[in-house]
Design a protein around this ligand. Structure first.
Ligand SMILES: CC(=O)N[C@H]1[C@@H](OP(=O)(O)OP(=O)(O)OC[C@H]2O[C@@H](n3ccc(=O)[nH]c3=O)[C@H](O)[C@@H]2O)O[C@H](CO)[C@@H](O)[C@@H]1O
Ligand SMILES: C=C(OP(=O)(O)O)C(=O)O
Length: 498
């Protein structure tokens, strides 16, 4: 096992020396305090640990495949990257701020690159190095971000709140994101109206305008459902509205708390983040600030499940254990051993000496935080296929998040889906699955196929990898480092010769 710090630094802190150029279209300046790896300096990583970013935005990445040969026993200490979802909302929030913000620990993913590219093409000044972004949105000269970019993911839509609050107007296309349900934006629309905006849908774009050109005004709004994105968007808008806003039945997710902390550091006045009510006193302007993106609880949860599924022992850091308690409880109930080595280091062990003969199945129902995260539901389903007995998985956040189940059947899993509930008939051993060709249809569902491939006998070929690349930083590298047999077939090898 490599030492925690050296490995954590190696993968988490530095990646490909070309990475900087993927963050923005324009060449970026250099700062002696913060050398960026694209400057021609010696990379800090040994060459064998360097690999190109997995998804560089070119069209051919749609043909990438992951080839996994199992079963694998994993071991080692895996570094956890910054949270994708937290980075997306905090990057959007920089549109509220005058002056420069410095956002660190941003994961280099296709989603975060798309967000940076949206802000940059709207006129924001951006310098990127490694996982750090300096951003100044004072030069933003349009309130209409590129629709094609917005349609690539969900997080792009969050810019509607800051734009209408700071510039009085916004025109934002309906967003994309994982195909896991209808995912309307009605709560965003109604919430912005409660803050005095006139909002209409025309040509697939949401047009929002502060009434009478006076800017937004404080108001009261109760969300029908504690939507994470709507909470974040309305919070950003309310920070710059005239007067006090009361938002109730809001999301309590750690990403909401992280966003409130950043905005408060920028001079906003938000109370109640982490509870179901927010009281926001609007300010006429916010300044920039520094912020370090919190570790990705979904990535951490995925590696915890990888340890359990492959009956292995993995250490991971940094993690915030209080963000993980639902999963920790379930894994303990299954029979896994979980130890906390330090305030931010967890070890998950499911090696047979630790768990006895087998792991026990459990029932799980997803819910808003602090409930069980929907973003680790598919990966949890894979674990249950290897556990004793019949387990049920109920998805209560998204109405169509079972797409992975039919792919898991191809790997030999026994799963019956009825609406948003799946019954999983466990096989009571780790290698009850066998390799096959499967398709990733969305991010977490795709990742569940990777985990299944690690446990399955033989070779699993996964296409649709671009979905997985939206959310897992350096996935191949981290898995290989833990001892998995993972290869990526890049598009050029797959393409027909001309
Ligand atoms: C970029 C980002 O941060 N994505 C996360 C965010 O997505 P996102 O913010 O899109 O998820 P929401 O919390 O908004 O969605 C929850 C439910 O509310 C519904 N809804 C939402 C808004 C609305 O206006 N009307 C409405 O009906 C959705 O269709 C869904 O059924 O939180 C989800 C729930 O933790 C996570 O799975 C996603 O990874
Ligand atoms: C659903 C997810 O992302 P998005 O909201 O961007 O689709 C996710 O991260 O699992």
């Amino acid at each position: 096992m490599l030492g925690a710090t050296s490995k954590g630094k190696a993968v988490g802190g530095n990646f490909h020396p070309m990475a900087a150029s993927f963050w923005c279209n324009q060449p970026i300046g250099s700062d002696p305090e913060r050398p960026f790896t694209g400057s021609g300096r010696e990379p800090l990583l040994p060459p064998h640990l360097l690999q190109p970013p997995q998804n560089n935005g070119h069209h051919h990445h749609h043909n990438n495949k992951l080839i996994i040969t199992g079963p694998s026993r994993l071991s080692g200490h895996v570094p956890i990257s910054g949270s994708k979802n937290s980075a997306l909302s905090i990057l959007a929030a920089t549109l509220c701020c005058s002056g420069t913000s410095k956002i660190s620990n941003v994961p280099n993913l296709s989603d975060t690159r798309t967000m940076v590219s949206i802000l940059s093409s709207m006129g924001a000044e951006i310098e990127a190095s490694d996982s750090e972004i300096l951003i100044n949105t004072d030069g933003v000269g349009t309130v209409e971000p590129d629709s094609e970019e917005i349609r690539k993911f969900r997080g792009g839509f969050f810019v509607i709140g800051p734009l209408v609050a700071r510039f009085g107007e916004a025109v934002v296309a309906l967003p994309g994101g994982c195909d896991i349900g209808a995912r309307p934006v009605d709560l965003y629309v109604r919430g912005l109206r409660a803050l005095g905006a006139v909002v209409e849908l025309r040509d697939g774009k949401v047009h929002a305008k502060a009434a009478n050109g006076r800017g937004l005004v404080g108001g009261r709004f109760q969300l029908q459902f504690p939507s994470v994105g709507a909470t974040e968007t309305l919070m950003m808008a309310a920070c710059l509205a005239d007067g006090v806003t009361l938002l109730s039945n809001v999301a309590k997710e750690p990403e909401v708390v992280g966003l409130a902390q950043f905005l408060n550091d920028c001079g906003a006045c938000i109370e109640g983040a982490g509870s179901d009510k927010l009281v926001i006193k609007g300010k006429s302007w916010l300044h920039g600030s520094r912020c370090i993106i919190a570790p990705d609880r979904i990535e951490a949860g995925t590696f915890m499940l990888a340890a359990a599924i492959t009956r292995s022992c993995i250490l991971m850091s940094p993690v915030i254990p209080s963000h993980m308690s639902c999963l920790v409880d379930k894994l303990k109930a299954a029979g896994c051993k979980i130890r906390q080595w330090s305030h931010d280091t967890l070890e998950v062990s499911a090696i047979s000496a630790d768990v006895g003969e087998s792991l026990k199945g459990f029932d799980v129902k997803t819910g808003p935080f602090p409930g069980f995260p929907t973003d680790i539901q598919p990966q949890t389903m894979v674990l249950l296929t290897t556990c004793n007995g019949t387990s049920s998985v109920e998805e209560s956040i998204f109405e169509n998040r079972m797409g992975h189940a039919s792919e898991l059947l191809k790997l030999g899993a026994r799963i019956k889906v009825c609406g948003s509930t799946a019954l999983v008939y466990g096989k009571d051993k780790r290698s009850g699955l066998c390799g096959s060709c499967v398709v990733a249809k969305d991010l977490r569902g795709g990742m569940s196929l990777v985990l299944a491939g690690l446990a399955a006998e033989g070779t699993t070929e996964i296409s649709g990898v671009q979905h997985i690349d939206r959310g897992y930083h350096n996935l191949d590298l981290k898995l290989k480092f833990l001892g998995a047999d993972v290869k990526r077939l890049m598009a050029p090898h797959l393409a027909f010769p001309l």
